[in-house]
Design a protein around this ligand. Structure first.
Ligand SMILES: C[S@@+](CC[C@H](N)C(=O)[O-])C[C@H]1O[C@@H](n2cnc3c(N)ncnc32)[C@H](O)[C@@H]1O
Length: 281
């Protein structure tokens, strides 16, 4: 029987996964402002944070967006970050010194506040929410009139080969690695899909801007090791259960896919990011 997608089980796995990888994610990627994290500053700039704003950072993770927001806020401002991962929230708490900040363990699909925010940000989170429309609708409800949402998502598979170079051969040899219907990182990678997702939730004046960054993971071996260790953390044991021969075939497939991105022995991946904004009228 083919496995079916179960949103609750998916979130339990996601929480455990982010608890495991949060530290490496923060110190090896997000905090270094490399690859897709070159957009972090753009999101905060677009949100035009004012000193007195109340700001919610949804799926704040280890707090790289929250940190930049906190630097725009004054003593009357408020910053709240929510995430599923307690470990990620712990890193955010430990690295952000702004006094009026709170980092809370909360599922974005069950946002509950008894006051409203002026701005909401969400960097690389929207695609992970099984019911993303429900999340956007609930964000609109906790935004003040004329309040603004800014989200960032990864581009399509062909525009973010860091993921697809290894994921394609994994899917070739283990098609049911994830139950059908599991959200993918590229889910809102098409600007039209992202725009209609925000507009469908009732946001007005929706804009989508494309950024084309680059990410250099080193040699193919370094890329493979890092990907299998952290990015593929939640599916690694399932891949390994198919045996060494399958693992070797996946690696060969990935190496072939990676060839076109090789420059002088190192890989240079393009990395498209979409940043969208919408207003709650
Ligand atoms: C790629 S990280 C992005 C973190 C942060 N926004 C950043 O830009 O570094 C994705 C985050 O989404 C969080 N997440 C996934 N599903 C969630 C949900 N349903 N509710 C809240 N957070 C969620 C994960 O725990 C993880 O920290």
């Amino acid at each position: 029987m083919k496995p079916t997608f179960d949103p609750t089980q998916y979130k339990i796995t996601a929480k455990a996964n982010w608890n495991t990888v949060a530290s490496e994610y923060h110190y090896n990627w997000a905090d270094k402002k490399i690859g897709p994290f070159k957009s972090t500053g753009e999101i905060v700039k677009l949100a035009n944070i004012r000193p007195d704003d109340k700001v919610l950072d949804v799926a704040c993770g280890t707090g790289v967006v929250s940190k930049e927001i906190s630097q725009c806020l004054g003593p009357k401002g408020l910053l709240v970050g929510i995430d599923l991962s307690r470990t990620a929230l712990g890193i955010a708490k430990g690295t952000i010194s702004f006094q009026n900040s709170n980092f809370v363990e909360m599922d974005a699909e069950n946002i509950g506040f008894n006051f409203k925010f002026d701005k909401v940000t969400c960097q690389y989170g929207l695609m992970f929410f099984p019911d993303s429309s429900k999340v956007l609708e609930s964000i609109r409800k906790i935004l003040n009139k004329d309040g603004m949402l800014v989200v960032a998502v990864h581009g399509l598979a062909e525009d973010v080969p860091y993921f697809s170079t290894i994921m394609k051969p994994i899917l070739e040899y283990i098609p049911d690695i994830r139950p059908a219907g599991t959200p993918t990182v590229h889910r809102f990678g098409n600007p039209k899909d992202l725009e209609s997702e925000l507009a469908g939730a009732g946001f007005e004046h929706v804009t989508v801007t494309r950024y084309d960054h680059a990410y250099e993971p080193g040699t193919f071996e370094e890329y493979w090791e890092d990907y299998m260790h952290s990015t593929a953390n939640s599916i690694r044991s399932k891949i390994q259960s198919h045996g060494q021969e399958t693992m070797n075939k996946i690696k060969q497939g990935a190496q072939k896919n990676a060839l076109r991105y090789e420059k002088n022995g190192n890989l240079v991946f393009p990395w498209t990011v979409l940043v969208a904004s919408g207003i709650n009228r």
